[in-house]
Design a protein around this ligand. Sequence first.
Ligand SMILES: [Zn+2]
Length: 436
Amino acid sequence: MPTLLSGRRIFAAVAVALTIGGLLTPQIFSQTRLTGNDAVVAIAARSTFPNYKTTLKALSDMGTRQMIDSIPTESNTIAVAWLVRELGAMGYATTIFGTYRSVYCTKIGSRAPDSMYILCAHLDGVGGFSGNCDDDASGTALVVEAARAFAGAAVSTRCSIRFFLTNGHEAGYKGAIEYRDNRHDLQGKENPPGSRQFPEPVWLGLINQDLILYDHGNPAGPVQIPQASIRVNYCPWSYAESSLYMAQQFIAIDKVIFVGYPAVIPAGGGGLGAFDAGQFANYCPVISPEEGGGDAGYIANPLHHDDADTYETYSEADFALAFSAVQREVGEMAFLTQTTITGNTPAKSEPPVANAAPLSSSWSLLTRQHELTISASSRGTHTVKLSSLDGTPIMRRIGQGRMSYSLRTESVGAGLYVVTINADGNVMQKSVVIAR
Ligand SMILES: [Zn+2]
């Protein structure tokens, strides 16, 4: 496979995109520190589909993870210890909080460590023999993989992000309420004074993930429906404007990374009633992404609180829906915290470029079941390339004018890939999740 572009031409193209888009800072030229949309793409690429599935399976295989009021079952104790180990291995200092043994760790902001976004899910499940895979290993694994994406000194966030796994949720939101009631008065207080340490940064917003695997329609069929989506519940009665903004950003991440599934904001905000997010709604802006944007959400899920809610029950398409939420959430956090990343770009051979529409050409991506279509329009010739994150080429096409290129995705496999288009001398790049 010949090299598509020399390094010099890439930089020339970047300069064009910069002028047109006006989105990037000149720091991209150093290729050492990515900012803006480039950082969003790079951070999202650090959360991988295989890692998500591995974490999800590990949690689900632990069993119920149930808490009986404040008494943890053995599988709950195992889950707490596992989380402490897993998050600790990423370099986080981890806290087991309160009577209900919720778990949290924090990415400390470089500029504003006194404020934070909270990313949460509940680690405990209900009784029976279930793995509580959807409810809520799916959300817990999202938080773990988001923590992994932001881990390490190469990643810098302006404010802090707290990765928070509540416990005792199924006993009545106990861990969430305990945390809220014990810590809301501590917000923004420096302790010890003069230390620049803020044990409880100000709550800028909370994103709760609960049940994100399953959209088989309503009534539910045997397989994922073609229009499967994530609904983004937000709070319409308190911090409504900010909550809606967070929901809109969850969706707007599509402009930067293509996650393969749509997300929708339900009319009236949806419902927060059965989620930990509802416990924080009067304290900060909240959203609660949930499976099933086009139907009744988890209410339409026959596996909810059912013994069949195990890892083995779900398909690759189900996992991919959840992973689209992972990508959205990581991307949104990168956006909201003005994340920068040093080195480690998603496509090593070509720096990512903002999705700025050039003057003489355009392109779009469309995924349907088993098919990815890339449309490109150019005055002169264009090159369309699909590659894996390490740069391995999968498809390369050269054309002229208005063209559409379709690819059967079974031959590629589920995962995160990079589409690069060179049209009329402009390089555009976008990551794409091939889900099924
Ligand atoms: Zn739940």
